[in-house]
Design a protein around this ligand. Sequence first.
Ligand code: KIV
Ligand code: ZN
Length: 511
Amino acid sequence: MSNRLIIFDTTLRDGEQSPGASMTRDEKLRIAKALERMKVDVIEAGFPIASPDDFRGVQLVAKNVKHSTVCGLARAIDKDIDTAAEALKPATSSRIHTFIATSPIHMREKLHLEPEQVLEQAVHAVKRARQYTDNVEFSPEDAGRSELDFLCRVIEAVIDAGATTVNIPDTVGYNLPSQFGELIRQLRERVPNSDKAIFSVHCHNDLGLAVANSLSAVLNGARQVECTINGLGERAGNAALEEIVMTVRTRQDMFPCDIGLNTQEILHCSRLVSTITGFPVQPNKAIVGANAFAHESGIHQDGVLKSRETYEIMRAQDVGWHANRMVLGKHSGRNAFRSRLLELGYAFEREEDLNAAFSRFKDLADKKHEIYDEDIQALVSETIQEAADERIKLVSMKVCCETGEIPDAMVTLLVDGEEKHANSIGSGPVDATFRAIELIVNSGSDLQLYSVNNITTGTDAQGEVTVRIDKGGRIVNGQGSDTDIVIASAKAYINAINKILEPIERAHPQV
Ligand code: KIV
Ligand code: ZN
């Protein structure tokens, strides 16, 4: 058995299934490029049949990613598989991932199929996918609650049909680590042709056990782990990539596996995903939380100063902390800016976008002494938003706040090219601003979440605002950043409204 542990990232597919985490095509491409830079082996870029937009998203990633395998998800249905193959055509290396549920409850209640029909459909799907590529993954959905004998039969049959990876999902996050590890061991032992495929795992975090279950599977011979940045994903999420990778790297005594990943890119990917989705990372989150390497108590600080290993089991630099602190300032030129962008993985194709980003940078440098990588990331997000030709744009705003007075906001927006004004009072400056915007756009959406984070430290730092709005059950996030948090809030709200105004119908793979 090979000791290479394949890292399969599904942030762009299962991660995006998280309510409110939907991403635009350009956002997906930015994340895919960051994952490629981190040397992820396989990037699951989406579910191409879900909508024309999902199709184009997978196609865009397939066109632009050269060093990771790009994967598309397909139910065990001909048109799903054909569509995935079409979207993946431009890829240098591609994989089709097809799946069908095998647990009694899913077969009976969801699929209304007999087990024999499921087995037949699984084999047919794998054979069809093999007509397009030699790299085919099959998942028996809800394997964690499937009957072992039936699961063994399905796996043997799909390997015979040409599946090169067999992925065992704990779809509902029900398994315990010892049980899930044992399942992988049994499958590898009992399926006669198990040595002809790589065993993979895909664990959900409903009981907080996704990482533990995945690692237990690795100890029992799984050689691919499916995971997401920051553990993003359906319901309580998927196994967190950063935790899996750093556990294997830190505990090589227990996991004699090689991982090809550049761990120094972990923090950058984590921040990018958090910014784009608007899902903040909790401070005490392992590896990527703000406190993950902070030593508050005197005893700990003393120990770490004397010898780092007293309290630290990994080096903060190895996951990207403090790695990119190089600052730019007012006097930095266009070339320094461009090369920093390239180092951070951003290359604008159109010169005018680079110019727009540079002019934003100069504006920011006038307000803020030192510009950090995080500022540049926020600035790139805004430039991309602007280039996306949004229907509604902020022209100007004025907000009056005074002790004992009711805040009042005056807003001017460009709506489909026409300038519109409104003013409103509110309980605070942000409330007044959102009300004024709503008077113009009349979106009829409900605000579900409003959060502000400082991008860097200091009172001159930019504030990054995330809003989540809901309209008729469709949930989207918007982001905005500025050194003035009321302006950042207006930008975020407008960004969310622009997204909600685009009618996108998409199918969910597991419904
Ligand atoms: O959770 C799950 O079972 C899935 C499959 C499509 C692999 O996401
Ligand atoms: Zn899943």
